[in-house]
Design a protein. Structure first.
Length: 277
């Protein structure tokens, strides 16, 4: 489905939501209370500014007694087999963000991954999968990264824990290429990159990765991910706390100017190791 047709489908979702809400005699605020979001978010769903999460679409079906239509529409619009179900909604939002701030505690974030690195990660998590499945996942990862190309790319700030540099995903040659790719993006000012060193000790958000997204015409959102699960967080208080934690990470991390040669040095170490094996 093209971006234009997908947007038109979301607009239909919003129109249908508004029609059924009004038929039920509910205001946006009244429906929002019953599905545990604000009335403002219901208005944004109806205007196709923001997409609901799956559980919200399911609760809307329950309240409006719409026989599962909103869940079915959600699945047809967001359920992209290239992504895990729990990440699909975040990928949809990522493509429209004007600013993305990301913290990666162990792995290179998807937007920065090379094909070989993405393939090594996908294989490690899917030992018995067929090649077609693996390549579909890798293709989706590389397609996501296209948002960093061109004049309309989002502001992208990433903090990598030193783990990311030291875990030899795919072996020395793959790591050398991957880290060189990150260096090239930083040198071209596509990304602002910092490294959080081991010496920093304990740090904010030790429980997992974090992605903060800002938009031109919608409130900011945070996305967190754990084992086979992810959460889009749009409660303003929670997003604010997440931003505060990210700011603390920025303060604890090495500066971009110091981080870059550290990543370059790690890439060189992997290159030397690859040449001797």
């Amino acid at each position: 489905m093209s971006n234009g047709s997908r947007q038109a489908a979301w607009e239909f979702f919003g129109q249908e939501l508004k029609r059924r809400r009004e038929d039920a005699g509910l205001t946006q605020v009244e429906l929002g209370i019953q599905v545990f979001v604000s009335g403002g978010y219901i208005g944004q769903f109806e205007q196709a500014i923001r997409k609901p999460q799956l559980d919200v679409a399911q609760r809307i079906d329950d309240i409006l007694q719409s026989d599962g239509i909103f869940e079915r529409m959600w699945r047809s619009l967001i359920d992209d087999h290239r992504y895990a179900e729990y990440f699909a909604a975040a990928a949809e939002l990522e493509a429209t963000a004007t600013e993305i701030c990301e913290f990666a505690p162990a792995l290179v974030p998807g937007l920065l991954q090379t094909a070989d690195y993405a393939r090594a990660i996908t294989l490690s998590m899917n030992r018995f999968a067929e090649d077609e499945y693996i390549e579909e996942k890798v293709s989706g990862r590389l397609e996501r990264a296209q948002i960093l190309q061109g004049a309309t790319r989002p502001v992208y700030w990433v903090i990598l824990h030193e783990n990311v540099l030291r875990i030899p995903v795919g072996g020395p040659a793959v790591m050398a290429q991957q880290l060189a790719h990150i260096v090239a993006l930083a040198q071209r000012r596509v990304v602002v990159m910092q490294v959080l060193p081991y010496a920093a000790g304990a740090y904010a958000i030790m429980t997992g990765q974090l992605k903060l997204m800002r938009f031109e015409d919608a409130p900011p959102t945070a996305y967190t991910e754990a084992v086979y699960s992810g959460n889009l967080l749009d409660d303003p208080a929670v997003v604010h706390r997440s931003q505060t934690a990210y700011d603390q990470l920025r303060a604890a991390a090495l500066s971009p100017e110091v981080s870059l040669p550290l990543v370059e040095s790690a890439a060189e170490d992997y290159r030397r190791c690859a040449s001797t094996t």
